[in-house]
Design a protein around this ligand. Structure first.
Ligand code: ZN
Length: 191
């Protein structure tokens, strides 16, 4: 198995009104979407089962797709709610710091248990009220090619590129599978 890592910042042309931004990740998503739409065109008027199967067998899905399961358990009544999501890549938020971050640690923190307390309390259907809860995020299947998108953009008025150094090992475990680094793409802002 191999990993393809996309590290990107802003690729900008022009300034002021009418300016537009593109990056490698946006391009990849647009390309995957175009391939999926073209692949599914013959099934446009087919039945749901055929279309669902076709969606799972599009090239982007076969290459990059994997499943993430989220289980939220209410602290009050113990009931659990499970959701499943099919994703094509990992969007990794990057902290704004000068300290070097390990990619595997950033990924591990994405899949660490999340305490939903205070303003983040969980609205429990079983209790009918807001409760403290714990959310587990589980890698339910692994992709043939893992795409990691380091989100190096700031938010709000401070929308600058984050220059936080991120260390990437040539081999990495993800969901029990071992991935080897194939490509690391860097896009720099053009002015
Ligand atoms: Zn509850």
């Amino acid at each position: 198995m191999f990993a393809c890592l996309l590290e990107l910042t802003l690729f900008r042309r022009g300034h002021g009104p009418g300016r537009f931004q593109h990056d490698a990740h946006e391009f990849l998503r647009a390309l995957c979407n175009a391939v999926a739409v073209a692949s599914l065109a013959p099934f446009k008027f087919g039945d749901d089962a055929a279309r669902n199967f076709a969606e799972l067998t599009t090239l982007p899905n076969v290459l990059f797709g994997f499943d993430v399961k989220r289980i939220t358990r209410c602290d009050e009544c113990g009931s659990a709610c499970e959701t499943n999501e099919r994703v094509l890549d990992l969007d990794i938020p990057i902290p704004d710091t000068n300290a070097c971050q390990q990619l595997r640690s950033l990924i591990a923190s994405m899949f660490a248990d999340e305490q939903l307390v205070g303003r983040e309390q969980y609205e429990c259907n079983a209790c009918g009220r807001h409760c403290d809860a714990v959310r587990q995020t589980i890698i339910d299947s692994t992709p043939a090619v893992l795409i990691v998108h380091l989100m190096r953009f700031g938010f709000g008025n401070d929308a600058r590129k984050l220059a936080t150094p991120v260390a990437v090992l040539p081999r990495m475990e993800f969901g029990g599978a071992i991935y080897e680094l194939v490509r690391r793409l860097l896009f720099f802002e053009l002015r």
